[in-house]
Structure formats: C-alpha cells, structure tokens
Design a protein around this ligand. Sequence first.
Ligand SMILES: *Cc1c(COP(=O)(O)O)cnc(C)c1O
Length: 394
Amino acid sequence: MSRGLTPLLWAKAHATPSYAPPPFVVSHGEGCRLFDLDGNRYLDFASGIGVTAVGHAHPRVVAAISEQASKVCHTSGMLLHEGYASVCRRITEISFADRVFLGNSGAEAVEAAMKLARRYFFDRGEARTGFVATHNSFHGRTYGAISLTGQPKYQTGLAPLLPDVSHVPYGDLEAMKGAAGATTAAVIVEPIQGNAGVRLAPDGYLAGLRDICDAAGCLLIFDEVQTGIGRTGKWFAYEHEGVAPDVMTLAKGLGGGLPLGAMATTEQLGQTFQVGVHASTFGGNPVACAAGLATLDVIRDDDLLANATRMGALLVESVQALDHPSIREVRGRGLMIGIELDRPAGPLKAACLERGLLTNLAGEKVLRLLPPLIIGELEADEAVSVIQASLAAM
Ligand SMILES: *Cc1c(COP(=O)(O)O)cnc(C)c1O
C-alpha cells in the first residue's frame, strides 16, 4: 500500500479542495530531484512553480536556514535584523532599485506596488488612481492582484473587484497608449507572461511601455515575480531590453523555497512608504531572508545566470529538434520555457510524470518548464528524452 495514501485521504477530508488531486505526496528533495513517500524519484522541472531556484536542500541554503532558526525566527518590523537590511541592499546592488519593501509572497509584492503608486500621487495632490494591466496577465490571488489579473476565470464570483482597472492586449503598444492617461497611476506588465503560457512580448515592447508611461506621467511596474532572480538568464528580465521600470515586484525564486517577496523601487518613490503607510508582520522574516541571501549568493558564485542561458538554449533547441507534429512552438528565455501543442497539454504532462519528469501546465495547451537554475546537460538531456518518449506515447 502506498505510504502516500493516508495524507491524501486526510487532505481530501480536511483541507479545502483548493488544489487538484496531486500525482504524489512529497517526502523530500535533493538538488533537481524530488522523492515521494514510496521512494520514487522525479526530475523536478517545475521547481514548485519557479521557486526553488538553486534546487532542493541546497547545502548553503540549508545551513543558512538552520543557523538563523537557531538564533531568532521572527522579529516583525518593530525591530530590525541583519537579514532584512542585507536582502534590501542586495536587491539594490543588482537592480535599478534604491529602496525595497519585503513581504511574503508575489501577491503581497503586487499589493505593495499598487499602494505605493496610488499613495505617491495622493501625496503629490494628483488625481491618479487608475491601473492598466494586460489581457491574460497573472498578478496573484489577493483582491488587488486579481483585479489586475487579466483572466476572467480567476475573478468569477468575486465581484465587485477593485475599480479603476482596465486591460489591454499584451504586446500592443497602440492599445496601451490609448489606455494610459491623465488619471492612470500605473501600468503593470509581466516582462514575459508566465501563467498565460510563457508568452514573450515583441521586441521593443518594454521600451515602448517606458515611453508611454513617461509621456502619460504614470508609473511603470514590472511584475518580475516569475521572471526575476535569474530565471531568464539575467537577474531580471527587464535587463534584456535595457529599460528600467519605476517599480518591480519579486517573490518566487527570491527566497529559495521560503516565503519572501519584495517590492523594489527608486529613491524618490520609495519615500512614499513613510512610517505607518504599509507594513507586514511576517514580511522579511529572518529565516526567509537568510534563505534568500544564501540563494542569491549561490546564483552569483556558481554563475547560474550563464548556466540558465546555456541550459535554456539547449532545452529549446533540443525540443525543437524533436520536430514533433503536435508541437506548435517551443519558446522561452533562459529556463522559463513553454512547449505549445496543437491540443491540450494535460496528457503530455501526465505521460512525462509517468516517466519521472515533473512539469506543469500554463494555459491549456502549453507545457511549462521551470527547472532549477542548477541543472546540467545530463538533466536537460534526460528531460528531452522523457518528453520525446511521452510525445510518442501520447
Ligand atoms: C506567481 C505570480 C504571482 C503571485 O505570487 P504568489 O506568491 O502566488 O502570491 C504574481 N505575479 C506573477 C507574474 C506570478 O507569476
């Protein structure tokens, strides 16, 4: 009998039925591998949806977590600990930003960005409260974030949403020009749409958004919750186009598996968050910050940005070379990759899992690969072999 049966039954009976029945119950992980309670081994190309950037149980992350946990686990914003200051400083060293607010998740980072934008214009006496986002975007599940999210399926039955939000097609600069105006506080865009199916914007899109926001006098927010922290082969995806936003949201890879999110911005905008304007009891938790710092260290010291670029190119080329008639497109940047089929991708995901490769879906027809940034050629080759066999079996 499977050792996973009891937790599955208990979850079925006692947890809200929020998640689809899982394919297995996790025992532990090591590097790019996950193990279930029966000892089966999986190659993890999902990374908990792009979170475990340096793999599972990385020795440097584990050491940082346990050392911090043995000292102090929580302070709240009432007190300062070294990790909070260090994470803020590190983010400013590797990005356009000068000021950082730490939270626990992507949605919280988005909420912080929304509050910052409205409050900034309020303080200046400018009547700017609107947001413009894009169709098919994903910004999280809290009320502000689902109001920005451009996918009606996440909004069903939850109205009324936040007013003053409009949506335009992703990649369409003309439409954005028409929507961003005198009452707009901010435009928010993912540099690459992740949840929508790894959708890349046309060249020049981010630069065009910068010009539009400057002309309209509103802020530009890049939601880098998924694309940030090395996922696309640079620390942040905006670097590919050489344009900086006014505000950037981060989470997923930042904490190396622990809950850590950030809203990063410029000196001038950062002054908006004066004492009392925004706060989070758990935000920038000492253990999460220790894990985040260790993760950032490993990415830098092991040259994982270059590795993500190289392995990503290898994966895209190898899957393209399979030249399978059901594959419509293989696309991505670094290790954020989408394989779009001419049919629902669920059966391909299931076939991969049967062969020990864990992936996830993004949109009905797209198999999304978000492996840890530490994968080598052996793991890439193994994944491509599994995908090839799974396509044949589909
Ligand atoms: C995952 C994601 C979020 C939400 O992050 P949570 O930590 O789940 O709240 C927001 N924006 C983007 C682009 C994401 O991919």
